[in-house]
Design a protein around this ligand. Sequence first.
Ligand SMILES: Cc1ncc(COP(=O)(O)O)c(C=O)c1O
Length: 362
Amino acid sequence: MQNLRIPGPTPCPDEVLKSMSRQMINHRGPEFAQILSDVTAKLKQLFQTKGDVFLLTGSGTGGLEAAIVNTLSPGDRVLSVSIGVFGERFAAIAQQFGAEIIHLRFEWGKAADVDAIRKALQAESKIKAVLVTHNETSTGTTNDLKAISSVVKEFDKLLLVDAISSLGSIDLPVDDWHCDVTVTGSQKGWMVPPGLAMVAVSQEAWQAHTKAKMPRFYWDFAKAKSYLEKGQTPWTPAISVVFALSVSLDMMLKEGLPNIVARHARIAQMTRNGVKALGLSLFAKESHASNTVTAIAASDGLDTKKMLKILREEHRVILAGGQQRLDGKIFRIGHLGWVTEDDIEKVISALIVALPQAGFRS
Ligand SMILES: Cc1ncc(COP(=O)(O)O)c(C=O)c1O
């Protein structure tokens, strides 16, 4: 088996994979209604919310689009807090639907500065919503969402959160941190294949929904809510992925959220220590380094593409490269979901051999 250590899709436990080989069932029948109701209740525990949680069939980006189109109208001013590729994507979606974006960009590898967010909100009173990426997968950086949220709520703005690569792995108490729409994706820390976006919707988000004029059909939260009340989804869901999620959520609740969060913190620290011991440098500032993905700078002659190829072909270790302007400049190790210390030890052992072969002079 290959050691797939990219920041999603992540490997799935055998029980999860087996659950997907089941025969199809009627997605408008009582059995699916029971599964959907159980899965939703379990997700609420892990999202730490009493609000609504919906399963949307689509990738995480679909969930981000849903967050935008259900709460905003064309012409609304939106503050985009961006620290990397996915922050830019969130803003691009809002812009595509006619929002007026105020960009607040921070150097890639650093977290957002909370005082700068406060100043931006002070400077422009008409801002309706703030877009934030909790964990920026492209740079391996986690924002201080609790502090950001408290500033956003000081100004009484909507907080739309991309938690695609954090929720279920890094602590994010959705209600306590007053997140209005919070989006995650099945292929990340949830240990199931791609195919579902899971979103939490607050009361404030529902109030915004009543006035939001952006075009929406497939992603309409009102349709998701009215169908969920009947034990259904508005459109045919990715039934097999729901089966998988049902099993993985049981595994996650058995381990317990605090233990999952602690395991991710421990394994992330082990990853950071391991790469630093090889003479490599972390790309992200260590104070905000992510517990789900570690980004490592290409330095001292390292050809990351060559290294990734050697790791893949000779060690069956699959790591990720850099995205967009970080292509060739960093590589990333994913450590979220179904991951143990042993998986990372194998990555480090493979790196010891591959790094000098790929030009790295420590
Ligand atoms: C932080 C973040 N946002 C958005 C996305 C996009 O999700 P998807 O590829 O499921 O559409 C990803 C996926 O890597 C991500 O990590």
